[in-house]
Design a protein around this ligand. Structure first.
Ligand code: PMP
Ligand code: GLN
Length: 378
């Protein structure tokens, strides 16, 4: 048969987690917590099951959950999305992203993405016949050259995908970056897909700049979010997206036929859990403590770093240790030193290798201490 994605192999997250397991290594590669999700939340899901939320949810998602999301937008960003027409619950952010792309991208449409890029964007663009137009950024600061972005916009540009806080680099977009994007897309039909799954994980009292805070940007944007990141349960695969009604209508045309709706009791449990806004507002402090612990513990190691500004990932530069290719080094660290990470080159254009690895610090303090003992010996 003719492969639609001849250049796509198995995602690095699966590859590195499997290697970690095979070699009994500490797994700081794939991003997921190794501590339990909240008992209160678990109980609320169980209550939802006992209370009969066991049949199909409405196609757009459980209404209580859509209302909880709408409330959050009021509370945090002072903006509104209508629960009936502008918010849809999805099977994680991944399904939202795939569905947004397939609802809008036709053969030969161009989509601008910033590299290093999370790995689910490009295959979704290409399986729909679109063309990825990369803007490559570089370690250590991953700063955006907006003239470079402007030069890549053409009449074929259908969509721009952004991600802040950024996986894998741990950087965040500044207000100036958002204003530049707003300026470049003003008076165009370009759709912005803003992947904000780490919106609640931002450090050092810096503000997260959501596209929804910029009215002109908001009018052309989808936001995608993931409860797995917010509530420490990546295996539940519940997220949502929101957008102005005219965009959401197109989204739902596809969504209703690729999943119809997603896991109902978990949606209801999460809706009830969100009634207390502390559940998501305390995340910054929770993860900043973990970042600081991890970085203090490895400050004397041979790895160099700029502290992560958001997400639960820390990028470490290993160029003082070896000039091995990052994929080889990540695999050797897993096999010989028993610690797994993610090499960044796999997210770059043509495998550009900046000699950096990504480590996930959404782990118990005990795991972070054991990990640092290893990294200090490399
Ligand atoms: N976007 C980014 C940047 C991510 O890091 C992830 C998951 N790690 C996703 C999307 C997908 O989220 P979900 O697990 O909810 O599908
Ligand atoms: N988003 C997670 C990460 O960046 C992985 C999700 C996945 O395995 N697909 O590590």
């Amino acid at each position: 048969y003719h492969s639609k994605l001849p250049n796509v192999g198995t995602t690095i997250f699966t590859v590195m987690s499997a290697l970690a397991k095979e070699h009994n290594a500490i797994n700081l590669s794939q991003g997921f917590p190794n501590y339990p999700s909240s008992e209160t939340l678990n109980e609320l899901v169980y209550d939802a099951m006992k209370n009969g939320y066991n049949q199909y949810a409405p196609m757009a998602g459980n209404l209580d959950l859509r209302m909880a999301v709408a409330n959050k937008f009021h509370l945090l960003y002072n903006t509104s999305y209508h629960p009936d027409t502008e918010i849809t619950v999805t099977a994680g952010a991944t399904q939202a992203i795939y569905t947004i792309i397939s609802a809008f991208i036709k053969p030969k449409d161009e989509v601008i993405i910033f590299k290093p890029a999370y790995d689910c964007y490009q295959p979704a663009i290409e399986v729909n016949g679109g063309k990825t137009v990369p803007v490559q950024l570089s370690a250590p600061d991953y700063k955006i050259n907006w003239d470079d972005v402007a030069s890549k916009i053409s009449s074929k540009t259908k969509m721009i995908i952004i991600n802040t806080p950024h996986n894998p680099s741990g950087t965040i977009w500044t207000k100036e970056d958002m204003l530049q994007l707003q300026k470049l897309t003003q008076n165009t039909n370009i759709i912005v897909l803003s992947d904000e799954v780490y919106e609640h994980i931002v450090f050092d009292s810096v503000e997260h700049h959501s596209v929804c805070k910029f009215p002109d940007l908001k009018s052309r944007s989808f936001i995608t979010a993931s409860f797995g990141k917010t509530f420490h349960n990546t295996g539940w695969k519940i997220g949502y997206c929101c957008a102005p009604q005219h965009l959401m209508e197109e989204f739902r045309k596809v969504h209703q036929f690729n999943v119809f709706s997603v896991n109902h009791p978990m949606q209801k449990g999460i809706a009830d859990y969100m009634a207390d806004s502390n559940t998501y507002q305390r995340l910054n402090d929770f993860f900043q403590q973990k970042r600081d612990l991890f970085l203090n513990l490895i400050s004397e190691s041979r790895f160099r770093f700029t502290p992560s500004k958001g997400t639960y990932f820390q990028v470490l530069d290993y160029s003082q240790i070896t000039d091995e290719h990052d994929v080889d080094f990540a695999k050797r660290l897993t096999k010989e030193f028993k610690i797994a990470s993610i090499p960044l080159s796999v997210f770059n254009e043509k495998g550009k290798d900046d000699k950096v690895l990504r480590f996930c610090f959404a782990k118990t303090d005990e795991t972070l201490i054991r990990a640092s003992e290893i990294l200090n010996q490399v």
